[in-house]
Design a protein around this ligand. Sequence first.
Ligand code: GLU
Length: 256
Amino acid sequence: MHSKRIVVKVGTNVMTNMNNRIVGPILKNLVRQIAYLYERDIITILVSSGSAIAGKEVLGGCSAEDKSTRRQIYSSVGQPRMMRHYYSMFHDFGMRCGQVLATKRDFAPGKYRENMINCYEGLLDEGIIPIANEDDAVSLSMSMFTDNDELASLVAELVNADMLLMLTDIDGLYTGHPEAEESKLLHHVRVHDNVEQYVQASEKGEGEGRGGMKSKLKIAKDTASKNIPTYIANGKNENIILDILEGKEVGTKFTI
Ligand code: GLU
């Protein structure tokens, strides 16, 4: 058993280019860092989006008129494609991974939750990397997460993670628009700090994914208040996971 466990959430905006295509080397780079940590007694639970965009890649278009049905179809086709990428990338590092899909219902106290804990603990005991995503093919309305940031936070709590890393395409929380010269990156936010005022200014639109900075800030604070240090950081930076674990001043860290 590894002595530390971390949850890494990767948004669609991290893994895609300007044409909304999944960039293999970005995924590979994340897997490389996870493999490096694995050898150093830290196991990662990966929360990966990408099913919808991967489905669009495969199908091109889809004739279903209803938006929810289209989302279900894209995700249903795209999720195995994502897992094919991860399966072969982890295999290249001599590692194994398993898929855990969930809807919001599964996290409510009761049997579903117990089953999920059992599954995560079983995988982690075996040294298998759990890869979580929302079960987009069946989760609609009531059973839907706000976004995968929410899922990642719930997973971090479920497995008693030592840390949550929310990787996006911005370096963290800024005091203004990320591209404005006078904006500063906030390196450390405590849960009671009043930083909500900065969110509007720091929003730059997040492409295909659902969660924006407003939701990230709320979730980062909620998770940190449960004594799980949480980071918002740029997943497109080559060594971001390792830099954070080595204590370098990157991203925005949230603590109690
Ligand atoms: N679960 C969705 C997917 O894999 C992404 C949700 C989100 O953007 O947070 O495509």
